[in-house]
Design a protein around this ligand. Structure first.
Ligand code: P6P
Length: 340
């Protein structure tokens, strides 16, 4: 049977009463923006958009204190421009912007809030490794026409849609609207996303973990013990050998886990303890956790289900463990038993 397009999938979801026209059109706007970003990323050195934003000696930094790449800024601008006039949003928030932005009075407003990391993993761009866009959709609280940061601070369970686009050998958009997780591959010849995987299921068990091992000496004891047991292999308490991968692009690592199983960790360490973690709750951990749970996986801070964290700040950071359900549960058990 001929694979269906993203548009047709969204219309089917709307006809089934699982999403409304506004949300369908919002997702289409985001997907179109991701196509534009894919073209810019794909040009590489030929597009004049590699390297750091700003000028030599005056590098552009974002609120995270991270050096901005030219493509970070360009991707953010593409998403802002595409969504400002779409009429489906009341406001939007980005990793690259200090505060959220309400939709200008000049444009019609909608009922949704959009949060995004426009180009996650951008430190990998200059070495031609996959990067991606992550997005999350929330409802704007009733009666709020000029949403402020506080209106975005909803738990991950309140998300009505979440997705990412990975700009790799192929450009793929992975999406959930709360009824399974599905993957769409960009057909560059017709310029459409085409469904290539429906109802993705993450294997419950795995022999593959993803973590930045260079931080090992900084981890809390339960994480030290848990990873130590993975590295001990079949001679150790886990009784099996494990493999390790670390792309340093969350989108790429999560996409591998969705495709063949695995677990992804970014635990608290001495370098990020005072910030609460490295990865951001609202536009990295929550959308990825929604996607993973809808694919049968699990996502936790190590102490609670990720989607139930009550946000306290737009750029709040959290420790992250997500992926194959039984392996995440094992890592959480280590935290419970060895106190953290
Ligand atoms: P490290 C990219 O900057 C990112 O936010 C995630 O995409 C990625 O998983 C992580 O940080 C990589 O962190 O410390 O290994 O560079």
């Amino acid at each position: 049977m001929k694979p269906i397009s993203l548009t047709r999938y969204l219309i089917q979801e709307q006809h089934a009463g699982r999403i409304n026209a506004d949300l369908r059109l919002l997702i289409e706007v985001v997907a179109r923006a991701c196509k534009t970003i894919s073209i810019a990323v794909g040009k590489g050195a030929l597009g004049g958009v590699l390297g750091d934003a700003g000028t030599p000696g005056a590098q552009s930094m974002n609120i995270q204190g991270e050096a901005q790449k030219k493509l970070d800024v360009l991707s953010n601008d593409i998403l802002l421009e595409a969504n400002a006039w779409g009429g489906h949003l009341a406001g939007l928030a980005s990793e690259e912007m200090d505060h959220s932005q309400p939709i200008p009075d000049a444009f019609q407003r909608g009922n949704y809030l959009l949060l995004f990391d426009p180009l996650d993993g951008s430190s990998n761009i200059d070495v031609n490794i996959s990067v991606g866009t992550i997005f999350s959709v929330l409802r704007c609280p009733d009666g709020v026409t000029q949403p402020g940061d506080e209106h975005f601070l909803q738990p991950g369970t309140a998300q009505v849609a979440a997705g990412y686009t990975t700009y790799g050998p192929s450009t793929m958009l992975v999406l959930t609207v709360g009824h399974g997780t599905h993957a769409f591959t960009l057909d560059r010849e017709i310029g459409s996303f085409v469904m290539t995987a429906r109802d993705i299921r993450i294997p419950e068990e795995t022999k593959e973990f993803a973590i930045n091992m260079s931080n090992q000496r900084h981890w809390e004891p339960p994480m030290q013990r848990y990873v130590g047991d993975l590295l001990a292999g079949k001679e150790g308490p886990r009784g099996k050998d494990f493999n390790m991968r670390w792309v340093a692009s969350m989108v790429a690592d999560v996409h591998r886990i969705l495709t063949r199983g695995g677990v992804f960790f970014y635990p608290i360490d001495a370098k990020c303890r005072d910030k609460g973690g490295k990865l951001r709750l609202m536009y990295e951990a929550n959308p990825m956790s929604f996607i993973v749970e809808q694919a049968g996986g699990a996502a936790s801070t190590g102490r609670q289900r990720m989607l139930e964290v009550t946000p306290t700040g737009l750029h709040q950071r959290v420790p992250v463990m997500l992926g194959s359900r039984k392996e995440v549960e094992e890592a959480v058990r280590y935290h419970a038993e060895h106190g953290a």
